[in-house]
Design a protein around this ligand. Structure first.
Ligand SMILES: Nc1nc2c(ncn2[C@@H]2O[C@H](COP(=O)(O)OP(=O)(O)OP(=O)(O)O)[C@@H](O)[C@H]2O)c(=O)[nH]1
Ligand SMILES: [Mg+2]
Length: 298
């Protein structure tokens, strides 16, 4: 039996969260076409015949522009600490970019790396070969596996390469535990995912979600969920609510469907829109929304 930790890292939008969901077989992380969707590190546990692979999804590596960005990059650093290996996710359509090169040649010195050359479904053979060729030169790279996280292609090969990096050891998590995150956290993320899909321009990037109430009724299989959708400006609030409340209703309806799937119960969801100016640059307001640097220390 082998067991250990594998961090999933890469640039924003490479497909890290799609990959962890596909490998775990459950939705542990939200996904969107926008960069910087993931803000926290999130565990996803995969049990195979001979191994327990504990995957850690992380935010996309980028130059932080505010305190939230810094928190995200600290999450990446924390996710990379003391792992047995790294799956570095690369978007095959984008090829090996400067930031990828920096990671693979400098940061990857302290752990073995497997490159998941993702989105193979979206590129020509020629583009794929070009990227493979470039990747061959890195010392830290133990294996390169072209995959499609979205279509589930070649993921068994990727997983068996990851297993090879793990030391012998017993399972660290019980069989029925597939993530370290609570339903409450996932509920907030699902609401944020719908906001990312439905809102435009800069508005979605400044959205945070705070769950105020998450209660199962005693007499019926119904969850009552109340949440604040936090935005950065008064003008954004008007957009999030929309004409006659239409946008908020759209977000709420889409989120409720996923929340019912998550909880297996009927859900009554109430969303409030609040403005917290510049929250992405305030330690205090970030903590309120669950982005606390202290949590990354252990
Ligand atoms: N065509 C194709 N699209 C993919 C694949 N994997 C992911 N995507 C898409 O790429 C976009 C980004 O996916 P995410 O999984 O959110 O990417 P991420 O790396 O977690 O992004 P951040 O959290 O922002 O760092 C989404 O629109 C996905 O549907 C793939 O194998 N093929
Ligand atoms: Mg992600």
């Amino acid at each position: 039996m082998r067991s250990g930790f594998i961090c999933i890292a890469g640039m924003p939008n490479a497909g890290k969260s799609t990959l962890i969901n596909a490998l775990v077989g459950e939705k542990v992380a939200i996904v969107s076409w926008r960069p910087q969707t993931t803000r926290n590190k999130i565990l996803g546990v995969v049990n195979t015949d001979g191994a327990q692979v504990v995957l850690i999804d992380t935010p996309g590596i980028h130059q932080a522009k505010n305190k939230l960005g810094k928190y995200m990059m600290q999450s990446v650093a924390s996710g990379l600490k003391d792992v047995d290996g790294v799956i570095y996710v690369l978007d095959a359509a984008k090829g090996v970019r400067e930031e990828d090169d920096a990671f693979l040649s400098e940061r990857a010195e302290s752990f073995p790396v497997i490159v998941a050359l993702n989105k193979q479904d979206a590129v020509t053979q020629e583009t794929l070969f070009k990227a493979l060729d470039k990747l061959n030169g890195y010392k830290a790279v133990r294996a390169i596996v072209p995959v499609s996280a979205k279509k589930g292609e070649n993921l068994d090969v990727l997983l068996s390469e990851a297993e090879k990096l793990l030391p012998e050891g017993e399972k660290m998590y019980p069989d029925d535990m597939y993530t370290d995150r609570t339903m409450r956290f996932m509920a907030a993320e699902i609401i944020r995912e719908k906001a990312l899909y439905l809102l435009d321009k800069e508005v979605p990037y400044g959205i945070g979600v705070n769950i105020n109430k998450f209660e199962l009724r005693e007499d019926k299989p119904i969850y009552d969920i109340d949440a604040d959708v936090v935005c950065e400006k008064q003008s954004h609030k008007a957009i999030v609510i929309g004409k006659g409340g239409e946008m908020l209703k759209k977000i709420s309806t889409a989120a409720r469907q996923d929340l019912e799937e998550l909880t297996g119960c009927k859900v009554f969801l109430t969303l409030y829109v609040r403005v917290k100016a510049e929250w992405r640059d305030s330690d205090y307001l970030m903590r309120e929304l669950g982005y606390d640097v202290k949590d990354l220390k252990d």
